[in-house]
Each structure stands twice: as structure tokens, then as C-alpha cells.
Design a protein around this ligand. Sequence first.
Ligand SMILES: [Zn+2]
Length: 57
Amino acid sequence: MKSFACGDIIPGCGATFGAADDDGILVQTRRHAVEAHGAAEPGTDSDPRVRPHIHDV
Ligand SMILES: [Zn+2]
């Protein structure tokens, strides 16, 4: 199981995500980046920022 807390890279954001693997996290964080943080579709620009902060739980 993997987890990611958006607040690790965007202070003040309380969103957290859980999935079986990294790809499962990234599917969610791409959508979150677009919907919550105004990232350009499809949100994949956030991947390199998110990946180092995905933790095993
Ligand atoms: Zn966020």
C-alpha cells in the first residue's frame, strides 16, 4: 500500500491519497492537481513532484 499527502509539496493542502501502487496514486493526484490546484490538463506535470513523496504504508 502506498500513500501520499499533498501537503508535503503544497503547504496547507490537506488532501491525502492511498492506492496499491504508485500509478494508483498518480491517477488521483493528476486529477487533484487539475481540480484543486489549477494545473493544466491532464495534470501529469505534477508527477515528478509527487513521486519522491509517495510512501509505503
Ligand atoms: Zn493538494
